[in-house]
Design a protein around this ligand. Structure first.
Ligand code: KG4
Ligand code: ZN
Length: 339
């Protein structure tokens, strides 16, 4: 029996300051400080995000160590998000992780945020079933929409991506147009559950291969609302649930069509989703239906592992540690970090 590894993980790629402690593949603590400052602006303000990370990172790390009942001197390594994300935000987490690893004399593990969204499925947790390789990983977030062929933990190939907006961005921007607070995805999902998804229709764009496009449907939606409001000033208030349900059906159909095409082409029917929009009730329901109708194996993470969190950085760090693939103090955070 090897001694357990204790990894402290730090995530600061966007507007959540998060820290977690893992004992091998088990999550001992998973702490997040959400930044409320962005709500009034209807989106993340990068400069304010970096400042908020600066003030929150020490208390969040402290809480993660306390909740896990671990002293920092017991840590085996520190994992942090190197990218992709907002550079000013990434710099806070990466500088903190490097300083702490250096002062404790322990290894540093640099993690790709998008790979981590998929590696949550390897956390040891009774609510999760680890997928067999190869599987199709679907990352659905505010910044990305990808279909990824996953052959091993760090052997991932993006076979489809968005040509413009990410799915989460479409939820957020359309939601903003009908008066929902940022980030609008969760509220839009709640409204949608009370509405009829077949009330209104929006065009599904024709895109080659496994790529998707969300900017067309976003523009069509915004124009539609504007047109309806001209003759019915209270159109949004009177039809909110049906508007949300109809839009959500189309946004989910766009990615589902491409997942179906990828399954048919690769003959891989194991699907694992990750990222904030993986919390969406419609995508979860429609994937479950594919399990029933076409025997797809569906892997849905528990909600706390869908939106940005540090546990996912910790599990990715665990596998990097196993491979002795250590980071360097000279590694630089990167806003764009390919797989
Ligand atoms: O992965 P994430 O926390 O941050 C990024 O890396 O972008 O994803 C955030 C996105 C936001 O666009 C938010 O509106 C969306 O996830 N989101 C949802 C739901 N919960 C979060 N979108 C649709 N339905 C939800 N239930
Ligand atoms: Zn994310």
């Amino acid at each position: 029996m090897h001694p357990p590894t204790y990894i402290l993980a730090i995530e600061s790629s966007c507007d959540d300051t998060a820290a977690a402690v893992l004992k091998d593949r088990k999550v001992r603590s998973n702490c997040i400080a959400n930044q409320e400052v962005h709500r009034i602006y209807g989106g993340v303000v990068p400069e304010l995000a970096s400042r908020a990370h600066q003030s929150k990172i020490v208390p969040v790390v402290d809480k993660a160590l306390n909740d896990a009942n671990i002293d920092k001197n017991q840590l085996s390594a520190i994992a942090y998000t190197r990218g992709p994300g907002l550079l000013g935000s990434l710099l806070v987490g990466s500088s903190f992780a490097k300083s702490l690893a250096w002062s404790l004399g322990i290894p540093l593990l640099e993690i790709n945020h998008m790979q981590a969204h998929l590696l949550v499925h390897f956390i040891e947790d009774e609510r999760l079933k680890t997928p067999d390789f190869p599987f199709l990983g679907i990352t659905l977030s505010g910044g990305h929409t990808q279909i990824v062929k996953v052959d091993r933990h760090f052997e991932m190939e993006v076979i489809g991506t968005t040509l413009d907006d990410a799915i989460g961005e479409a939820f957020d921007k359309c939601g903003k147009r009908i008066g929902l607070d940022y980030p609008a995805g969760p509220a839009l999902d709640r409204w949608a559950q009370k509405g009829n998804p077949n009330t209104f229709d929006f065009p599904i764009p024709k895109v080659d291969g496994f790529d998707v496009s969300y900017s067309g449907v976003k523009t069509a939606f915004i124009n539609f609302i504007q047109k309806m409001e001209r003759t019915q000033p209270h159109f949004i208030e009177e039809n909110k649930a049906d508007i949300c349900a109809s839009l959500q059906r189309v946004l989910v159909s766009i990615i589902l069509e491409k997942i179906s095409a990828a399954v048919a082409s690769t003959q891989i029917n194991r699907i694992a989703i990750g990222g904030g929009v993986a919390a969406n009730s419609e995508i979860r329901k429609r994937l479950e239906e594919k399990h029933t109708s076409q025997a797809w194996q569906i892997h849905l993470p528990p909600l706390e592992y869908t939106t940005d969190n540090a546990a996912m950085i910790g599990i990715a760090g665990y596998y990097k540690m196993q491979q002795e693939s250590f980071g360097q103090l000279s590694d630089v955070a990167q806003a764009r970090l390919p797989f």
